[in-house]
Ligand binder design. Sequence first.
Ligand code: VGL
Ligand code: ZN
Length: 180
Amino acid sequence: MKALLVVDVQNDFCPGGSLAVPEGDKVVPVINKLMEKFPLVVASKDWHPSQTVHFQKWPVHCVHNRHGAEFHPALDSIKIKQVFLKGTGDKDDGYSAFEATNLDLETFLKEKGVTELYVAGLATDYCVRASALDSVKKGFKTYVVEDAIAAVNVHAGDDTRALEEMRKAGIEVVLSASMI
Ligand code: VGL
Ligand code: ZN
């Protein structure tokens, strides 16, 4: 059984948001199409308190219950069976969806019989990377959909380095066309 994990497709990571990923919204139509191919779609949200050590590294973003933390309005969020909230503490970053605090992602997926996890969303070099690396560690056959992700690229080439690290960890990098 396969599932799709949609990582942090939230207003603050899209153009106009406080931590906008260049062309972050380009992933939305690709993910909307991709969702139709999966029997189970789950998503994560970056869900920070208004004060956290995380905001010493980043502009204030995705504060829980604020507009910036909502899904991008064009995302077909009706297809999402469960949302996992992460980065909810004030002492850590919580980049990985497997660090969600409202519900345990690993337990949820394993109870549903998921063995293969496809990861899409934002951002390639932070939460997509951390979630995919955790996924492989927890024993899921893990895929990252290259045309359904986008990077912050604080340093040029962070996206390429993140993809290389994921490949080395055993994650398969695929294109959505191979599934649609
Ligand atoms: C993220 C930076 C800070 C992400 C979250 O979702 O990739 N990046 N917080
Ligand atoms: Zn964050």
